[in-house]
Design a protein around this ligand. Structure first.
Ligand SMILES: NC(=O)C1=CN([C@@H]2O[C@H](COP(=O)(O)OP(=O)(O)OC[C@H]3O[C@@H](n4cnc5c(N)ncnc54)[C@H](OP(=O)(O)O)[C@@H]3O)[C@@H](O)[C@H]2O)C=CC1
Ligand SMILES: CC(=O)[C@H](N)C(=O)O
Length: 264
C-alpha cells in the first residue's frame, strides 16, 4: 500500500467518475474496499457520488473538482496522485463531432490535454510511490478506436497514444509489482456520444457494451496480467481481424462503421 487513507484502506483515484465508465470503476473499487479520490468538473455529481459510496460501501472519498483541460486542474490532480494512491484510473476523456478542418482549435487542444496530457502527467505522478511500495495498479482508459484507425482522427490518435504509452511502460514495470493496463472498449452506453454530438443511430445494439461489462473485463484482465484489455467478444474478434488484413482494408472497414465524417 502506497499511502493508506485515514481509514487504513487502499486509495483509488478515478478521473471522470461523474458519469459512465468512471462511475462504474468508482463504485466497483469502493465495493472492493477502496477509499476514493474523485476527480471531475461537476461538483454536484461528485458530492452525490461520494455520499452514495459512503452509504453503500462505507467508502470515504476525497472530492477534487478539477478541469483536466487546464494546467491548474491537472496540477492539482498531479499533486494528489504524487502524494500516493494505490489504484489510478485515468478515465476522463471526450470525443468531438464535426470535421477536423473546421473544428475549434482550442477544443482540439483541450481534447489532447484531457485524453493524453493528463494521462501522462497522472501516470508519472502516481508511479514513484507505487514502484517504491512494489505495489499499485494503473488503468488507462483508451479505446478500440486507438487500435483501429479510420474512424475519426484526433480522438483515435489520442487513444493510440495511450495504448502505446501503456504498453511501453508495461515493459519497464515488469517485476516491480506494479500493474498497468490499456483498457480498450468499443461502444459503451454512456453520456459520451451525446456530449460529443456524435450521431450513433447507425450503430446496431449488439455493438454496445455495458459499463459493468467493461469494468468486469478490465479487472479480470488485470488479474490475468493482460496489459491490453479489449472487452467483448465482438471487439476481440474485430481487433484481431484488423491485425490480419491489409491496413488499408482495416481503415476502410473502420470508416464504414458509422462514418469517416462527422467526428474528429
Ligand atoms: N462510451 C464509449 O463508447 C467509449 C468511451 N471510451 C473512453 O472512456 C472514457 C470515459 O468515457 P465515458 O464514460 O464513455 O464518457 P462520459 O461522457 O459518460 O463520461 C466522461 C467523464 O469524463 C469527465 N471529463 C470530461 N472532460 C473532463 C475534463 N475536462 N476534466 C475532468 N473530467 C472530465 C466527465 O466529468 P465532468 O463532466 O463532471 O467533468 C465524466 O465523468 C473516456 O476516456 C472515453 O474516451 C472508450 C471507448 C468507448
Ligand atoms: C469507441 C469509442 O471510443 C468512442 N466512444 C467512439 O465512438 O469511437
Amino acid at each position: 500500500m502506497t499511502r493508506p487513507s485515514r481509514s487504513g484502506k487502499p486509495v483509488a483515484l478515478v478521473t471522470g467518475p461523474t458519469s459512465g465508465i468512471g462511475d462504474g470503476f468508482a463504485r466497483r473499487l469502493a465495493s472492493r474496499g477502496h477509499d476514493l479520490v474523485l476527480v471531475a468538473r461537476d461538483e454536484d455529481r461528485l458530492q452525490a457520488l461520494a455520499a452514495e459510496l459512503k452509504d453503500r460501501h462505507g467508502a470515504d472519498s476525497e472530492v477534487l473538482v478539477a478541469d483536466l483541460a487546464t494546467a491548474d486542474g491537472r496540477d492539482a490532480t498531479v499533486e494528489r496522485a504524487a502524494a500516493g494512491v494505490d489504484f489510478l484510473v485515468n478515465n476522463a476523456g471526450f470525443g468531438t463531432s464535426g470535421e477536423f478542418w473546421s473544428a475549434d482549435p482550442a477544443l482540439l487542444q483541450s481534447q489532447l490535454d484531457v485524453n493524453v496530457t493528463a494521462v501522462v502527467q497522472l501516470t508519472r505522478a502516481a508511479l514513484p510511490s507505487m514502484v517504491k511500495a512494489a505495489s499499485g495498479t494503473i488503468v488507462n482508459v483508451a479505446s478500440v478506436a486507438g487500435l483501429l484507425s479510420g474512424r475519426g482522427s484526433t480522438y483515435s490518435a489520442s487513444k493510440a497514444y495511450v495504448v502505446s504509452l501503456t504498453e511501453g511502460l508495461s515493459g519497464g514495470l515488469a517485476g516491480t509489482g506494479v500493474r498497468i493496463q490499456a483498457l480498450c472498449p468499443g461502444f459503451v452506453r454512456t453520456e459520451f456520444h451525446q456530449r460529443a454530438g456524435i450521431e450513433m443511430s447507425s450503430i446496431p445494439s449488439f455493438m454496445y457494451l455495458s459499463v459493468d461489462q467493461v469494468v468486469d473485463a478490465s479487472l479480470a484482465d488485470l488479474d490475468k496480467g493482460r496489459v491490453l484489455s479489449v472487452p467483448g467478444l465482438q471487439y476481440k474478434a474485430l481487433t484481431t481481424a484488423s491485425r490480419l488484413i491489409p491496413r488499408s482494408l482495416a481503415r476502410r472497414s473502420a470508416s464504414s462503421v458509422g462514418s469517416a465524417r462527422g467526428r474528429t
